[in-house]
Design a protein around this ligand. Structure first.
Ligand code: ADP
Length: 486
């Protein structure tokens, strides 16, 4: 089945509604029943009190001849009393009796002179009469097996001059209740059925609004899995589903970026292989050519032989540098490789690097200006690698500066700045200078592997140093090492 969630949601909603209806229906029926009995009770009480007070008044100055036991049944029926008692059932609109404390029926509505049997009284009469002779108007609830409805018995005292002379009992089934409950029940069932149909339709529509975006997301996921990272869900909702869709869109964007990054890296790697092959081949070709010329004794002049040896030595040094750089970078990029740290004075490290760079600077008549605001800059790090980091940046500053210019080395607070007056780096190239194998392509920039700044950055990263560059084309570059120590 395709719309499993929609079907499930619809069923859950309908089941919830059904349970709700049954509970509410039950409560409603119960309250309805209680209310009907309560109304009936009030009505009976009103009638009983009126009748009891009328009888008391009619008896007036006469005394009920209420001898205990069966002998005392001679009720005085003077004046309007006789007809009133005879019509007691009609007046009470229910079965009515007047009894004494021992439940002897003094009279009944229909046949005032007959003696009735005890069994004619309602089954709860005894309890009611007991309370009545304590002076209370009291109720008892029962159930008629015959009519299958609840019954009510009310008892109230008949008094003459404050003395309780008898108990008026009225017994009545709570009529019409079943009819009312029946019609109430029918209305309830009808309403539940309508509500169920409506809820089925509504919950189906609602469920579809849930499943529709899910379907869109599934489609997007399939497209993404197929490698098309331009796919977007197109779901815009301000809820959890919307959040999920937004996360998926973000994922596709990240995948796209990662794929671009991968392509860029691949391109750089290919460029590097081309570069490195060239870099390797040139010295190897020179070395081989020179050695062949020497061994074939094509070159025999001592001066020339010396020159050839010098060239072979230089090219071997270049080769060594390149191979060392590659090894160093692969070591630094390996997370398992731990660098050895010791407490050192950064001023010493910097001076050491400056000494090494001074030769190259002298050749281009470049002045290295050192300005430090402290003699001692204690730091924990790898001496050799920190020296290498400074040297890479210093070498570049000299390499990319014109002759007779100046390079400034400034130590201020927790920062070391190496600033030159060279060609600078364009805005387009600036974000990439620390990338592996990245070299600005210009006719002047012929040597180099694009590994120097990558190594410097890796050393900085390993030490927690923030290394960044600010540069303006044709004005110069500024490499800043932020040591971030307190
Ligand atoms: P390279 O071996 O090419 O010098 P680097 O990683 O050291 O490699 O530098 C990357 C690129 O950054 C260089 O090719 C160069 O174009 C540019 N660059 C680095 N330092 C400077 C600088 N001080 N001034 C101008 N350009 C620089």
């Amino acid at each position: 089945m395709k719309n499993k969630i929609a079907v499930k949601l619809t069923l859950y909603f309908s089941a919830a509604l059904l349970i709700f209806s049954i509970v509410i229906g039950g409560i409603f029926m119960n309250l309805f029943r209680k209310n009907a009995i309560e109304i009936h009770k009030k009505e009976l009480e009103r009638r009983a009190l009126t009748i009891a007070s009328t009888i008391s008044e009619l008896l007036g100055g006469y005394r009920l001849n209420l001898g205990r036991g069966m002998g005392g049944m001679g009720m005085n029926m003077h004046g309007g009393m006789g007809p009133y008692i005879r019509n007691l059932n009609t007046i009470a609109m229910a079965d009515a009796w007047i009894v004494d404390e021992d439940l002897n029926i003094l009279t009944t509505g229909t046949m005032a002179h007959r003696h009735y049997k005890y069994a004619d009284l309602p089954s709860d009469a005894e309890l009611v009469v007991k309370d009545v002779f304590k002076g209370e108007t009291t109720f008892s609830e029962g159930f008629s097996q015959l009519l299958e409805v609840p019954t009510l018995t009310i008892g109230t005292p008949i008094k003459i001059g404050g003395e309780i002379v008898g108990a008026l009992l009225i017994h009545s089934p709570v009529k019409n209740m079943d009819d009312a409950i029946d019609s109430g029940f029918k209305i309830l069932i009808f309403s539940i059925a309508i509500a169920l149909i409506l809820s089925l339709i509504l919950s189906w529509i609602l469920a579809l609004t849930f499943t529709e975006p899910l379907k869109k997301m599934k489609k997007t996921a399939i497209v993404l899995a197929g490698g098309d990272y331009d796919a977007k869900t197109g779901v815009k909702q301000n809820d959890e589903i919307g959040d999920l869709a937004a996360t998926m869109d973000l994922l596709s964007q990240r995948l796209k970026e990662a794929s671009k990054e991968r392509e860029k890296l691949n391109k750089q790697r290919q460029d590097f292989i081309t570069n490195i092959s060239h870099e390797l081949r040139t010295p190897v070709t020179v070395i081989r050519g020179s050695l062949e010329a020497l061994s074939d004794e094509i070159i025999t002049e001592p001066e020339e032989v010396k020159e050839y040896h010098k060239q072979v030595l230089n090219e071997s040094k270049n080769l060594e540098r390149l191979i060392n750089d590659l090894l160093e970078l692969s070591r630094l990029e390996n997370v398992d490789f731990k660098i050895e740290k010791e407490v050192l004075n950064l001023v010493d490290v910097l001076n050491d690097a400056l000494r090494s760079a001074s030769n190259m600077a002298r050749m281009k008549n470049i002045i290295l200006n050192y300005r430090g605001n402290k003699e001692l800059f204690t730091y924990e790090g790898d001496y050799g690698r920190l020296r290498q980091m400074f040297l890479i940046v210093l070498d570049n500053a000299i390499k990319y500066s014109p002759e007779n210019s100046s390079v400034y080395i400034i130590l201020k607070d927790n920062k070391i700045i190496i600033e030159d007056e060279g060609e600078g780096i364009s805005k387009e190239d600036l974000p990439y200078v620390f990338d592996r194998y990245y070299r600005v392509k210009s006719p002047e920039n012929k040597t180099g592997t694009g590994l120097g700044l990558t190594i410097a950055k890796q050393i900085a990263l390993r030490h927690g140093i923030d290394l960044y560059v600010e540069s303006q084309e044709n004005k110069g570059s500024k490499f800043i090492f932020d040591f971030k120590t307190s």
